[in-house]
Design a protein around this ligand. Structure first.
Ligand SMILES: Nc1ncnc2c1ncn2[C@@H]1O[C@H](COP(=O)(O)OP(=O)(O)O)[C@@H](O)[C@H]1O
Ligand SMILES: [Mg+2]
Length: 203
């Protein structure tokens, strides 16, 4: 792949300060299918809205239906999928938003690349930690059942690898925490880092 040189004159607006830009960040979720990424992302977004913050969910399933519809689940395609998601998340963060990224993001190296793309100071890794047995019991999309029957190939945790993060910014055990409890922890982390204002001071 060749990398085109970016003309010097196309960046001026992007370099101007954006409203909310100094508190924009990417919440980069990682976890198995059925771990609760999409569900918790929605709960976090509702809270951000209540606090007057702009956020947007980049959900793996939605992106695979559009931007990434040409990609499958081989490791090569997963790497490209994650590269595109990271680039899109970067644009949302550049635009001053909290980008909530809800994809499996199975490999450490993919997440490290995303961290570099988005910027380490704006990248918050959240491990949605749900054991495979629990995900398989939940099986909200019947994917584990289909994978066990051989109807779905390259399924993370069955015949495709998952590397848990070694040092996530936040690790949420969804067998011990409710959906709201997980959202509480995420908003508390953002608040402690000065990325959102606490509810009491939000106007
Ligand atoms: N503590 C919890 N946190 C998140 N999801 C939970 C929790 N307890 C039960 N669930 C359920 O688990 C399922 C997770 O599905 P989903 O959010 O689609 O997972 P993912 O996006 O990680 O594939 C949902 O049906 C959700 O209601
Ligand atoms: Mg999901």
């Amino acid at each position: 792949m060749t990398t085109a040189k970016i003309p010097d004159n196309i960046f001026p607006t992007a370099q101007e300060p954006v409203h909310g830009g100094d508190t924009a960040c990417a919440l980069w979720f990682t976890g198995l299918s059925g771990a609760g990424k999409s569900t918790i992302a929605q709960a976090v977004l509702r809270r951000l809205r209540a606090l007057g913050r702009h956020g947007y969910i980049l959900d793996g399933d939605n992106l695979r239906a559009g931007l990434n519809s040409d990609l499958g689940f081989s490791e090569e395609d997963r790497v490209e999928n994650q590269r595109r998601v990271a680039e899109v998340a970067k644009l949302f963060v550049d635009a001053g938003m909290v980008a909530i990224v809800a994809t499996i993001s199975p490999l450490q190296d993919m997440r490290e690349k995303a961290r570099k793309t988005i910027g380490a100071d704006r990248f918050i890794e959240v491990y949605i930690d749900t054991p495979k047995q629990v995900c398989e019991q939940r099986d909200p999309k019947q994917l584990y059942k289909n994978a066990r029957q051989g109807l779905v190939r390259n399924f993370t945790g069955i015949d495709s690898r998952y590397e848990p993060p070694s040092q996530p910014d936040l690790q949420l055990d969804t067998t011990a925490l409710s959906i709201d409890g997980c959202a509480d922890h995420i908003v508390a982390l953002l608040t402690s880092r000065g990325l959102v204002q606490a509810a009491a001071t939000a106007s």
